[in-house]
Design a protein around this ligand. Sequence first.
Ligand code: R5P
Length: 294
Amino acid sequence: MKLIIGPASIDLGNRIAQLLNIQPIQTFYKTFPDGESYIRIEDVAKDENVVIVQTTSPPQDSRLIQLAFMADAAKRNNAKNVIAVVPYLAYARQDKIFLQGETVSIETIATMLKAAGVDKLITVNVHQAKALERFPFPAKSLSAIPLLAEHFKKIGLNEAFALAPDKGAIHIAEEAAKVLGGEYGYLEKQRDRYTGQITVEKKTFNIKGKPTIIFDDIISTGGTIVAAAKILKDLGANSVYASCVHPLLVGDAEKRIRQAGVEEIIGTDSVSTHVSKVSLAPLICRELKELKSG
Ligand code: R5P
């Protein structure tokens, strides 16, 4: 197995290389003055499986193109199979047609990656795992929620109440609660398909004086966490933490979340930020080792 560390996942890629004890294939990349991407892989990977680690958080489009170029370059060098490890899979939230005339963006991305040479894809907490069933190659979503919950346990938040900010993420809160040993619940969130504005319905949880953690797959603008944190505070939570797998933290998201009374935001190195305190490397390496032995 050979490893290519894409320009979007240097930190995570190096952690994976270290855990697998392999020397990554040297890659050279640059951006031309007009914004186009250039990628060259320096070693030849003839007849070997090649793993490419490249997240596709913003700037999504150029990172997807870089991923496609790396897959193509590996295939042109006679790689046997190209396994794309894409912790944050861009466009996964548009996994169906919500309004007439739209595209199913994630299916277009999958088709593009297939054409570039991707044979298999591993991602982490994709928005809806069901969407992967329609991919033109095997694709699997791993869950980093137990790792995040373990982090909170280590800092003394065991038995904290785990909250999913919308019903679709209830499985996330349930998974976290299994590790934390406390209770869990969910809110009902609606998003206006035209304005993007969200409304979160109030609910009652028995959390007075207790620590609480909001778990979500993505924090983008922070609007979801801000709305959920306000509800937890109103219900008398002793403390509110926020956790996500993919900390996109667009614009002043972090500031707004902190202003809503959230003590700390904890994310993973799916997206390399200063809140990325939990590494996905052990989770991904376990999966890659299983692939190797399988
Ligand atoms: C959407 O349903 C996702 O699970 C997240 O809740 C959402 O992407 C978060 O976005 P934002 O931070 O902009 O509210």
